[in-house]
Design a protein around this ligand. Structure first.
Ligand SMILES: *Cc1c(COP(=O)(O)O)cnc(C)c1O
Length: 468
Protein backbone atom coordinates (compact mmCIF):
# COMPACT_ATOMS: atom_id res chain seq x y z
CA UNK A 1 0.00 0.00 0.00
CA UNK A 2 1.54 3.22 -1.15
CA UNK A 3 0.67 5.18 1.99
CA UNK A 4 2.13 2.56 4.34
CA UNK A 5 5.29 4.40 5.35
CA UNK A 6 3.80 7.83 5.91
CA UNK A 7 4.18 7.57 9.66
CA UNK A 8 7.87 6.77 9.62
CA UNK A 9 8.67 9.78 7.49
CA UNK A 10 11.04 7.82 5.32
CA UNK A 11 8.96 6.39 2.51
CA UNK A 12 10.38 3.21 1.01
CA UNK A 13 13.33 5.04 -0.51
CA UNK A 14 16.61 4.13 1.06
CA UNK A 15 19.16 6.92 1.16
CA UNK A 16 22.14 4.67 1.84
CA UNK A 17 21.57 2.63 -1.30
CA UNK A 18 21.25 5.74 -3.44
CA UNK A 19 17.57 5.24 -4.08
CA UNK A 20 16.73 8.91 -3.81
CA UNK A 21 16.65 8.99 -7.60
CA UNK A 22 13.66 7.07 -8.93
CA UNK A 23 14.47 6.08 -12.49
CA UNK A 24 12.23 4.33 -14.98
CA UNK A 25 13.42 2.27 -17.95
CA UNK A 26 12.72 3.61 -21.46
CA UNK A 27 9.86 1.15 -21.96
CA UNK A 28 7.98 2.98 -19.18
CA UNK A 29 7.61 6.19 -21.22
CA UNK A 30 3.85 6.70 -21.40
CA UNK A 31 2.41 5.45 -24.70
CA UNK A 32 -0.59 7.81 -24.46
CA UNK A 33 -1.25 11.39 -23.44
CA UNK A 34 -3.90 11.91 -20.77
CA UNK A 35 -6.80 14.26 -21.54
CA UNK A 36 -8.32 15.51 -18.29
CA UNK A 37 -11.32 16.93 -20.21
CA UNK A 38 -12.65 13.36 -20.43
CA UNK A 39 -12.95 13.26 -16.64
CA UNK A 40 -14.07 16.78 -15.74
CA UNK A 41 -17.63 17.14 -14.44
CA UNK A 42 -18.09 20.28 -16.57
CA UNK A 43 -17.39 21.58 -20.09
CA UNK A 44 -14.86 24.30 -20.89
CA UNK A 45 -16.26 27.44 -22.51
CA UNK A 46 -15.44 27.28 -26.25
CA UNK A 47 -12.78 29.54 -27.81
CA UNK A 48 -14.38 32.39 -29.77
CA UNK A 49 -13.33 33.59 -33.20
CA UNK A 50 -12.37 37.28 -33.28
CA UNK A 51 -13.66 37.39 -36.88
CA UNK A 52 -17.17 35.96 -36.36
CA UNK A 53 -17.85 36.27 -32.61
CA UNK A 54 -18.95 32.60 -32.73
CA UNK A 55 -17.03 29.54 -31.49
CA UNK A 56 -13.88 29.01 -33.56
CA UNK A 57 -14.27 26.44 -36.33
CA UNK A 58 -11.89 23.73 -37.42
CA UNK A 59 -11.30 25.55 -40.73
CA UNK A 60 -10.35 28.80 -39.00
CA UNK A 61 -7.78 26.99 -36.85
CA UNK A 62 -6.46 25.15 -39.91
CA UNK A 63 -4.87 28.38 -41.14
CA UNK A 64 -2.18 28.07 -38.49
CA UNK A 65 -2.37 24.51 -37.04
CA UNK A 66 -2.21 20.99 -38.55
CA UNK A 67 -5.43 18.90 -38.30
CA UNK A 68 -4.12 16.45 -35.69
CA UNK A 69 -3.39 19.26 -33.24
CA UNK A 70 -6.79 20.84 -33.82
CA UNK A 71 -8.44 17.49 -33.08
CA UNK A 72 -6.41 17.21 -29.89
CA UNK A 73 -7.29 20.80 -28.99
CA UNK A 74 -11.02 20.08 -29.27
CA UNK A 75 -10.99 16.38 -28.36
CA UNK A 76 -12.42 14.59 -25.35
CA UNK A 77 -10.80 11.16 -25.68
CA UNK A 78 -9.26 10.23 -22.34
CA UNK A 79 -6.16 8.66 -23.87
CA UNK A 80 -4.50 9.84 -27.07
CA UNK A 81 -1.83 7.54 -28.53
CA UNK A 82 1.66 9.04 -28.91
CA UNK A 83 2.95 8.37 -32.46
CA UNK A 84 5.97 6.09 -32.74
CA UNK A 85 8.31 8.73 -34.31
CA UNK A 86 7.49 11.08 -31.39
CA UNK A 87 8.20 8.37 -28.79
CA UNK A 88 11.45 7.72 -30.58
CA UNK A 89 12.60 11.29 -29.97
CA UNK A 90 11.18 11.51 -26.42
CA UNK A 91 13.30 8.44 -25.61
CA UNK A 92 16.41 10.63 -26.08
CA UNK A 93 15.86 11.89 -22.49
CA UNK A 94 12.65 10.37 -21.10
CA UNK A 95 11.61 9.06 -18.66
CA UNK A 96 13.04 11.92 -16.59
CA UNK A 97 14.19 11.21 -13.02
CA UNK A 98 12.05 11.86 -9.97
CA UNK A 99 14.37 12.78 -7.13
CA UNK A 100 13.85 12.96 -3.36
CA UNK A 101 15.32 16.30 -2.23
CA UNK A 102 16.64 14.87 1.01
CA UNK A 103 19.45 17.41 1.43
CA UNK A 104 17.00 20.27 0.98
CA UNK A 105 14.68 18.67 3.55
CA UNK A 106 17.55 18.45 5.98
CA UNK A 107 18.64 22.06 5.43
CA UNK A 108 15.06 23.17 6.13
CA UNK A 109 14.70 20.81 9.09
CA UNK A 110 11.28 19.88 7.77
CA UNK A 111 9.41 16.66 8.44
CA UNK A 112 7.96 16.95 4.89
CA UNK A 113 9.09 14.59 2.17
CA UNK A 114 9.99 16.60 -0.92
CA UNK A 115 10.31 15.09 -4.38
CA UNK A 116 10.90 16.81 -7.70
CA UNK A 117 10.47 15.74 -11.29
CA UNK A 118 13.60 16.89 -13.14
CA UNK A 119 12.55 18.17 -16.56
CA UNK A 120 15.85 20.03 -16.96
CA UNK A 121 17.50 16.91 -18.40
CA UNK A 122 15.99 17.42 -21.88
CA UNK A 123 18.23 18.71 -24.70
CA UNK A 124 16.68 22.18 -24.46
CA UNK A 125 16.94 22.12 -20.66
CA UNK A 126 13.23 22.27 -19.86
CA UNK A 127 9.90 20.46 -20.22
CA UNK A 128 9.15 22.33 -23.47
CA UNK A 129 10.46 19.67 -25.91
CA UNK A 130 7.68 17.35 -24.65
CA UNK A 131 5.28 19.35 -26.81
CA UNK A 132 7.72 20.86 -29.35
CA UNK A 133 8.48 17.37 -30.67
CA UNK A 134 4.87 16.27 -31.39
CA UNK A 135 4.03 19.73 -32.74
CA UNK A 136 6.92 19.64 -35.20
CA UNK A 137 6.06 16.06 -36.13
CA UNK A 138 2.37 16.75 -36.91
CA UNK A 139 3.29 19.84 -38.93
CA UNK A 140 5.87 17.88 -40.89
CA UNK A 141 3.49 15.06 -41.85
CA UNK A 142 0.90 17.68 -42.86
CA UNK A 143 3.25 19.06 -45.51
CA UNK A 144 4.30 22.22 -43.68
CA UNK A 145 7.86 23.54 -44.25
CA UNK A 146 8.19 26.43 -41.79
CA UNK A 147 7.14 27.17 -38.21
CA UNK A 148 6.93 30.55 -36.53
CA UNK A 149 6.70 31.04 -32.81
CA UNK A 150 7.29 33.40 -29.90
CA UNK A 151 9.63 32.89 -27.00
CA UNK A 152 9.97 34.61 -23.64
CA UNK A 153 13.05 33.52 -21.77
CA UNK A 154 14.10 31.53 -24.84
CA UNK A 155 13.20 28.09 -23.52
CA UNK A 156 10.34 27.51 -25.89
CA UNK A 157 12.29 28.86 -28.84
CA UNK A 158 15.15 26.49 -28.00
CA UNK A 159 12.77 23.54 -27.76
CA UNK A 160 11.05 24.29 -31.06
CA UNK A 161 14.38 24.99 -32.77
CA UNK A 162 15.57 21.55 -31.62
CA UNK A 163 12.37 19.77 -32.68
CA UNK A 164 12.26 21.61 -36.03
CA UNK A 165 15.80 20.48 -36.75
CA UNK A 166 14.96 16.83 -36.07
CA UNK A 167 11.94 16.94 -38.39
CA UNK A 168 13.65 19.09 -41.02
CA UNK A 169 11.49 22.22 -40.68
CA UNK A 170 12.58 25.86 -40.86
CA UNK A 171 11.92 27.80 -37.68
CA UNK A 172 11.61 31.54 -37.02
CA UNK A 173 11.45 32.73 -33.42
CA UNK A 174 10.15 36.12 -32.27
CA UNK A 175 11.94 36.60 -28.97
CA UNK A 176 10.63 39.07 -26.39
CA UNK A 177 13.00 42.06 -26.50
CA UNK A 178 13.92 42.11 -22.80
CA UNK A 179 15.03 38.46 -22.90
CA UNK A 180 16.71 38.94 -26.28
CA UNK A 181 18.93 41.51 -24.57
CA UNK A 182 19.28 39.72 -21.19
CA UNK A 183 20.03 36.24 -22.57
CA UNK A 184 22.41 36.36 -25.53
CA UNK A 185 23.38 32.69 -25.13
CA UNK A 186 19.74 31.66 -25.59
CA UNK A 187 19.89 33.30 -29.02
CA UNK A 188 23.00 31.30 -29.84
CA UNK A 189 21.29 28.13 -28.56
CA UNK A 190 18.42 28.55 -31.06
CA UNK A 191 20.65 29.61 -33.94
CA UNK A 192 22.92 26.64 -33.32
CA UNK A 193 19.98 24.33 -34.11
CA UNK A 194 19.35 26.41 -37.22
CA UNK A 195 16.50 28.71 -36.14
CA UNK A 196 16.27 32.37 -37.06
CA UNK A 197 15.83 34.66 -34.03
CA UNK A 198 14.32 38.16 -34.11
CA UNK A 199 13.76 40.63 -31.27
CA UNK A 200 10.06 41.36 -30.70
CA UNK A 201 8.49 43.85 -31.25
CA UNK A 202 10.09 43.73 -34.71
CA UNK A 203 9.63 45.94 -37.76
CA UNK A 204 8.78 42.84 -39.85
CA UNK A 205 5.10 42.62 -38.95
CA UNK A 206 2.22 45.10 -38.77
CA UNK A 207 1.70 44.11 -35.10
CA UNK A 208 5.32 44.85 -34.27
CA UNK A 209 5.36 48.13 -36.19
CA UNK A 210 2.24 49.37 -34.36
CA UNK A 211 3.85 48.80 -30.97
CA UNK A 212 7.19 50.30 -32.03
CA UNK A 213 5.49 53.45 -33.33
CA UNK A 214 4.02 54.08 -29.87
CA UNK A 215 6.78 52.61 -27.70
CA UNK A 216 10.13 52.49 -29.52
CA UNK A 217 11.74 51.15 -26.30
CA UNK A 218 9.09 48.49 -25.63
CA UNK A 219 10.58 45.58 -23.60
CA UNK A 220 8.13 43.39 -25.50
CA UNK A 221 5.86 40.75 -24.04
CA UNK A 222 4.76 37.25 -24.90
CA UNK A 223 1.45 38.72 -26.07
CA UNK A 224 3.20 40.96 -28.61
CA UNK A 225 5.52 38.20 -29.82
CA UNK A 226 2.56 35.85 -30.31
CA UNK A 227 0.83 38.49 -32.46
CA UNK A 228 3.88 38.72 -34.69
CA UNK A 229 4.30 34.96 -35.07
CA UNK A 230 0.57 34.36 -35.72
CA UNK A 231 0.38 37.24 -38.19
CA UNK A 232 3.24 35.79 -40.21
CA UNK A 233 1.91 32.21 -40.16
CA UNK A 234 -1.61 33.26 -41.14
CA UNK A 235 -0.18 35.08 -44.14
CA UNK A 236 1.83 32.18 -45.60
CA UNK A 237 0.71 28.83 -47.05
CA UNK A 238 3.93 26.98 -46.21
CA UNK A 239 4.06 28.23 -42.62
CA UNK A 240 2.25 27.28 -39.44
CA UNK A 241 2.36 28.72 -35.96
CA UNK A 242 3.39 26.79 -32.88
CA UNK A 243 2.51 27.71 -29.28
CA UNK A 244 4.56 26.52 -26.32
CA UNK A 245 1.92 26.67 -23.59
CA UNK A 246 -1.68 27.63 -22.67
CA UNK A 247 -3.62 25.56 -25.24
CA UNK A 248 -5.29 22.23 -24.46
CA UNK A 249 -3.08 20.23 -26.83
CA UNK A 250 0.07 21.60 -25.18
CA UNK A 251 -1.08 20.55 -21.70
CA UNK A 252 -2.08 17.19 -23.18
CA UNK A 253 1.47 16.60 -24.49
CA UNK A 254 2.95 17.56 -21.13
CA UNK A 255 1.01 14.89 -19.24
CA UNK A 256 3.91 12.50 -19.85
CA UNK A 257 5.44 14.26 -16.82
CA UNK A 258 2.62 13.45 -14.40
CA UNK A 259 2.07 9.94 -15.72
CA UNK A 260 5.73 9.08 -15.18
CA UNK A 261 5.61 10.69 -11.73
CA UNK A 262 2.64 8.46 -10.81
CA UNK A 263 4.69 5.36 -11.57
CA UNK A 264 7.72 6.78 -9.76
CA UNK A 265 5.69 7.66 -6.68
CA UNK A 266 4.40 4.08 -6.62
CA UNK A 267 8.00 2.81 -6.77
CA UNK A 268 8.92 5.16 -3.92
CA UNK A 269 6.02 3.78 -1.90
CA UNK A 270 4.62 7.26 -1.47
CA UNK A 271 1.90 9.55 -2.86
CA UNK A 272 1.82 13.36 -3.01
CA UNK A 273 -0.43 15.37 -0.73
CA UNK A 274 0.73 18.49 -2.58
CA UNK A 275 1.78 19.01 -6.20
CA UNK A 276 3.45 22.30 -7.10
CA UNK A 277 4.54 23.83 -10.39
CA UNK A 278 5.40 27.32 -11.54
CA UNK A 279 2.80 28.83 -13.82
CA UNK A 280 3.47 30.88 -16.95
CA UNK A 281 0.85 29.55 -19.33
CA UNK A 282 0.16 26.39 -17.34
CA UNK A 283 1.95 23.64 -19.26
CA UNK A 284 4.56 22.27 -16.85
CA UNK A 285 2.20 22.64 -13.90
CA UNK A 286 -0.69 21.09 -15.83
CA UNK A 287 1.54 18.37 -17.25
CA UNK A 288 2.57 17.26 -13.78
CA UNK A 289 -0.68 17.94 -11.92
CA UNK A 290 -3.46 16.88 -14.31
CA UNK A 291 -2.91 13.11 -14.06
CA UNK A 292 -3.07 13.51 -10.25
CA UNK A 293 -6.17 15.70 -10.54
CA UNK A 294 -7.71 12.91 -12.64
CA UNK A 295 -7.07 10.57 -9.70
CA UNK A 296 -8.46 13.16 -7.29
CA UNK A 297 -11.70 13.21 -9.30
CA UNK A 298 -11.89 9.47 -8.66
CA UNK A 299 -11.41 9.95 -4.92
CA UNK A 300 -7.68 10.12 -4.13
CA UNK A 301 -7.25 13.73 -3.00
CA UNK A 302 -4.34 16.02 -3.88
CA UNK A 303 -3.74 19.72 -3.44
CA UNK A 304 -2.35 21.07 -6.71
CA UNK A 305 -0.84 24.56 -6.49
CA UNK A 306 0.20 26.81 -9.40
CA UNK A 307 2.87 29.33 -8.44
CA UNK A 308 3.20 32.68 -10.19
CA UNK A 309 5.36 35.80 -9.85
CA UNK A 310 3.98 38.69 -7.79
CA UNK A 311 4.65 40.92 -10.80
CA UNK A 312 2.46 38.86 -13.17
CA UNK A 313 -0.30 37.39 -10.95
CA UNK A 314 -2.65 36.04 -13.59
CA UNK A 315 -4.47 33.35 -11.59
CA UNK A 316 -4.50 35.20 -8.28
CA UNK A 317 -5.24 38.81 -9.31
CA UNK A 318 -6.57 38.38 -12.84
CA UNK A 319 -10.19 38.16 -13.94
CA UNK A 320 -11.83 34.99 -15.28
CA UNK A 321 -13.08 36.34 -18.60
CA UNK A 322 -12.89 35.99 -22.34
CA UNK A 323 -9.72 37.62 -23.65
CA UNK A 324 -7.29 37.47 -26.54
CA UNK A 325 -4.20 35.29 -26.26
CA UNK A 326 -2.09 38.01 -27.87
CA UNK A 327 -1.72 41.78 -27.76
CA UNK A 328 -2.93 42.63 -31.27
CA UNK A 329 -6.12 40.56 -30.97
CA UNK A 330 -5.36 38.06 -33.75
CA UNK A 331 -5.79 34.83 -31.76
CA UNK A 332 -9.02 33.14 -30.73
CA UNK A 333 -10.63 34.62 -27.62
CA UNK A 334 -10.20 32.23 -24.70
CA UNK A 335 -12.07 32.08 -21.41
CA UNK A 336 -9.25 32.16 -18.88
CA UNK A 337 -7.80 34.13 -16.02
CA UNK A 338 -6.28 37.21 -17.60
CA UNK A 339 -4.58 40.46 -16.65
CA UNK A 340 -5.73 41.96 -19.96
CA UNK A 341 -4.10 41.30 -23.33
CA UNK A 342 -2.51 44.76 -23.33
CA UNK A 343 -0.72 44.16 -20.01
CA UNK A 344 3.05 44.32 -20.32
CA UNK A 345 4.54 42.74 -17.18
CA UNK A 346 7.62 44.24 -15.52
CA UNK A 347 10.92 42.84 -16.79
CA UNK A 348 11.46 40.23 -14.06
CA UNK A 349 14.06 37.53 -14.52
CA UNK A 350 11.59 34.70 -14.96
CA UNK A 351 10.80 35.63 -18.56
CA UNK A 352 8.82 32.43 -19.06
CA UNK A 353 6.25 33.53 -16.50
CA UNK A 354 5.51 36.93 -18.08
CA UNK A 355 2.20 36.07 -19.74
CA UNK A 356 -1.06 37.98 -19.29
CA UNK A 357 -3.27 34.90 -19.65
CA UNK A 358 -3.39 31.30 -18.48
CA UNK A 359 -4.35 27.89 -19.72
CA UNK A 360 -8.16 27.62 -20.02
CA UNK A 361 -7.94 24.17 -18.38
CA UNK A 362 -5.94 25.38 -15.37
CA UNK A 363 -8.14 28.52 -15.19
CA UNK A 364 -11.34 26.47 -15.06
CA UNK A 365 -9.92 24.12 -12.44
CA UNK A 366 -8.82 27.06 -10.29
CA UNK A 367 -12.23 28.71 -10.73
CA UNK A 368 -13.98 25.50 -9.62
CA UNK A 369 -11.65 25.06 -6.65
CA UNK A 370 -10.03 21.88 -8.00
CA UNK A 371 -6.63 23.59 -8.18
CA UNK A 372 -5.08 26.42 -6.20
CA UNK A 373 -2.80 29.31 -7.05
CA UNK A 374 -0.41 31.52 -5.10
CA UNK A 375 2.26 34.13 -5.78
CA UNK A 376 5.84 34.44 -4.59
CA UNK A 377 8.06 37.55 -4.61
CA UNK A 378 11.20 37.57 -6.75
CA UNK A 379 13.71 37.73 -3.88
CA UNK A 380 12.23 34.66 -2.20
CA UNK A 381 12.46 32.88 -5.56
CA UNK A 382 16.19 33.42 -5.86
CA UNK A 383 16.85 32.75 -2.17
CA UNK A 384 15.07 29.40 -2.39
CA UNK A 385 16.54 28.54 -5.78
CA UNK A 386 20.03 29.19 -4.43
CA UNK A 387 19.35 27.05 -1.36
CA UNK A 388 18.16 24.32 -3.71
CA UNK A 389 21.34 24.62 -5.81
CA UNK A 390 23.51 24.51 -2.67
CA UNK A 391 21.80 21.40 -1.33
CA UNK A 392 20.62 19.42 -4.37
CA UNK A 393 23.33 20.67 -6.74
CA UNK A 394 20.98 21.53 -9.60
CA UNK A 395 20.58 25.20 -10.55
CA UNK A 396 16.87 25.80 -11.20
CA UNK A 397 15.62 28.05 -13.99
CA UNK A 398 14.27 31.25 -12.37
CA UNK A 399 10.81 30.08 -13.49
CA UNK A 400 11.21 26.78 -11.66
CA UNK A 401 12.54 28.75 -8.71
CA UNK A 402 8.96 29.92 -8.14
CA UNK A 403 7.88 26.35 -7.47
CA UNK A 404 10.92 25.84 -5.24
CA UNK A 405 10.06 28.98 -3.23
CA UNK A 406 6.46 27.87 -2.67
CA UNK A 407 7.60 24.37 -1.69
CA UNK A 408 10.15 25.77 0.78
CA UNK A 409 7.41 27.93 2.31
CA UNK A 410 5.07 24.93 2.62
CA UNK A 411 7.83 22.72 4.07
CA UNK A 412 8.59 25.35 6.74
CA UNK A 413 4.88 25.67 7.56
CA UNK A 414 4.68 21.91 8.03
CA UNK A 415 7.71 22.09 10.32
CA UNK A 416 6.03 24.84 12.34
CA UNK A 417 2.89 22.69 12.68
CA UNK A 418 4.98 19.55 13.36
CA UNK A 419 3.14 17.82 10.53
CA UNK A 420 4.49 15.63 7.78
CA UNK A 421 3.26 15.52 4.20
CA UNK A 422 4.52 14.47 0.80
CA UNK A 423 5.28 17.27 -1.64
CA UNK A 424 5.99 16.76 -5.34
CA UNK A 425 7.05 19.60 -7.57
CA UNK A 426 8.04 20.23 -11.14
CA UNK A 427 11.60 21.38 -11.64
CA UNK A 428 10.59 22.62 -15.08
CA UNK A 429 14.11 23.49 -16.22
CA UNK A 430 17.70 24.18 -15.28
CA UNK A 431 19.09 27.69 -15.00
CA UNK A 432 22.45 27.26 -16.73
CA UNK A 433 21.56 29.93 -19.26
CA UNK A 434 20.17 32.22 -16.58
CA UNK A 435 23.39 32.83 -14.70
CA UNK A 436 23.21 36.58 -15.25
CA UNK A 437 20.00 36.58 -13.18
CA UNK A 438 21.79 34.67 -10.40
CA UNK A 439 24.71 37.05 -10.64
CA UNK A 440 22.33 39.98 -10.13
CA UNK A 441 20.91 38.20 -7.09
CA UNK A 442 24.32 37.42 -5.59
CA UNK A 443 25.29 41.06 -6.12
CA UNK A 444 22.16 42.22 -4.28
CA UNK A 445 20.55 43.70 -7.37
CA UNK A 446 17.30 41.74 -7.40
CA UNK A 447 14.28 43.55 -5.99
CA UNK A 448 10.72 42.46 -5.51
CA UNK A 449 9.04 45.00 -7.74
CA UNK A 450 5.64 44.09 -6.36
CA UNK A 451 2.33 43.86 -8.12
CA UNK A 452 1.72 46.48 -10.86
CA UNK A 453 -1.90 47.00 -9.81
CA UNK A 454 -2.66 50.11 -11.86
CA UNK A 455 -1.32 48.66 -15.10
CA UNK A 456 -3.48 45.59 -14.51
CA UNK A 457 -6.59 47.74 -13.84
CA UNK A 458 -5.94 49.62 -17.06
CA UNK A 459 -5.41 46.46 -19.16
CA UNK A 460 -8.52 44.83 -17.67
CA UNK A 461 -10.62 47.74 -18.85
CA UNK A 462 -10.00 46.67 -22.47
CA UNK A 463 -11.29 43.11 -22.55
CA UNK A 464 -13.13 42.13 -25.74
CA UNK A 465 -16.93 41.99 -25.56
CA UNK A 466 -18.12 38.40 -25.99
CA UNK A 467 -21.78 37.47 -25.85
CA UNK A 468 -22.20 33.71 -25.46
C1 LIG B 1 8.38 28.19 -20.34
C2 LIG B 1 8.78 27.78 -19.02
C3 LIG B 1 7.89 27.87 -17.94
C4 LIG B 1 6.52 28.49 -18.04
O1 LIG B 1 5.65 27.88 -18.92
P1 LIG B 1 4.48 26.90 -18.49
O2 LIG B 1 3.73 26.69 -19.74
O3 LIG B 1 3.67 27.60 -17.44
O4 LIG B 1 5.12 25.68 -18.00
C5 LIG B 1 8.31 27.41 -16.71
N1 LIG B 1 9.53 26.89 -16.53
C6 LIG B 1 10.41 26.79 -17.55
C7 LIG B 1 11.76 26.21 -17.28
C8 LIG B 1 10.05 27.22 -18.82
O5 LIG B 1 10.91 27.09 -19.82
Amino acid sequence: MAHADKTTGTGRLNQASGEDRVLLPIREIPTHWYNVLADLPFELAPPISPATGAPVTFDEMARIFPPQLIEQEMGHDRLVPIPEPVLDVLAMWRPTPMIRARRLEKALGTPARIYFKHEGVSPAGSHKPNTAVPQAYYNKISGIHRLTTETGAGQWGSALAFASRLFDLQCRVYMVRVSFDQKPYRRTFMRLYGAEVLASPSPLTASGRTILAEHPDSPGSLGIAISEAVEEAAGREDTHYSLGSVLNHVLLHQTVIGQEAQKQMALAGDYPDYVYGCHGGGSNFGGLALPFVGEALKGRPVTAVAVEPESCPTLTKGRMAYDFGDTAGLTPILRMYTLGHGFVPPAVHAGGLRYHGASPIVSALVEKGLMKAETVPQQAVFESAMLFARTEGIIPAPESGHAVAAVVKKALELKEEARTATILFSLSGHGLLDLSAYEAFIDGKINNGGCPGEAIEEALSHLPAVTT
